[in-house]
Design a protein around this ligand. Structure first.
Ligand SMILES: CC(C)(COP(=O)(O)OP(=O)(O)OC[C@H]1O[C@@H](n2cnc3c(N)ncnc32)[C@H](O)[C@@H]1OP(=O)(O)O)[C@@H](O)C(=O)NCCC(=O)NCCS
Length: 185
């Protein structure tokens, strides 16, 4: 990695770089959707949100350094409840994995979320077929499983999805009511 990592909202001009990041890790897409990354995946990622969530509470951030887009973070502010920010996706470019980019991007997210006074809890959701990669990462960042695993279909594979949470402001995980998790992609 070169230069300092900076976090900013993605714009339409970033869509090619975002698509390249998604395309570069077909294994991840296969594990959570049962399919290879799709050509419109970047656009879908930027626009898709729960139907009850206002558009301005869906935030897609890019972590950039001098080499370009190193990671993407999709956050739903105030979902599934007012005091929670749900991380729909935190994905590091595969060429940058295991170099501390994910942790640093998350540190920048914490600083970003610190301005959201109502948000006390950060939430991710781990799909069973991706658990070997995701669980050690979220655990290292202070998340703990909070909800009951729910059935989840990754293409033809039946698996489960589990909500993991932590405090948005401190290192102590915050208990969260059991609700069906939205997949963290
Ligand atoms: C999971 C992911 C975001 C981790 O990003 P990363 O930049 O490689 O992670 P970092 O190098 O910052 O590692 C942060 C911590 O997690 C741990 N970690 C990360 N990936 C790990 C893995 N595959 N196995 C074991 N530990 C892992 C590191 O050891 C590190 O611990 P430490 O900081 O206490 O030393 C990245 O592998 C990725 O994008 N995967 C595909 C998308 C995905 O699965 N996202 C999570 C959705 S639930």
């Amino acid at each position: 990695m070169t230069g300092m990592l900076r976090l900013r909202p993605l714009t339409d001009r970033d869509l090619p770089a975002l698509q390249e990041l998604l395309d570069a890790d077909p294994g991840y897409a296969l594990r959570v959707t049962g399919e290879a990354p799709e050509p419109g995946g970047a656009v879908d990622l930027v626009v898709d949100r729960p139907p009850d969530l206002p558009a301005n509470q869906k935030i897609v951030l890019g972590a950039f350094d001098d080499d370009g887009l190193a990671a993407v973070i999709d956050v739903l502010r105030g979902w599934p409840n007012r005091t929670t920010a749900h991380i729909g996706l935190l994905q590091v470019h595969p060429s940058r994995k295991r170099q501390g980019v994910g942790r640093r991007a998350h540190d920048l997210l914490l600083a970003h979320v610190a301005d959201w006074a109502e948000v006390t809890t950060l939430r991710a959701a781990i799909v069973g077929t991706n658990a070997a990669e995701a669980e050690p990462f979220w655990a290292a960042l202070g998340y703990q499983p909070t909800g009951t695993p729910r059935p989840y279909q990754a293409g033809a594979t039946t698996t489960d999805v589990t909500a993991w949470t932590r405090s948005a402001h401190g290192s102590n995980p915050t208990p969260h009511p059991d609700q069906p998790p939205r997949r963290t992609r």
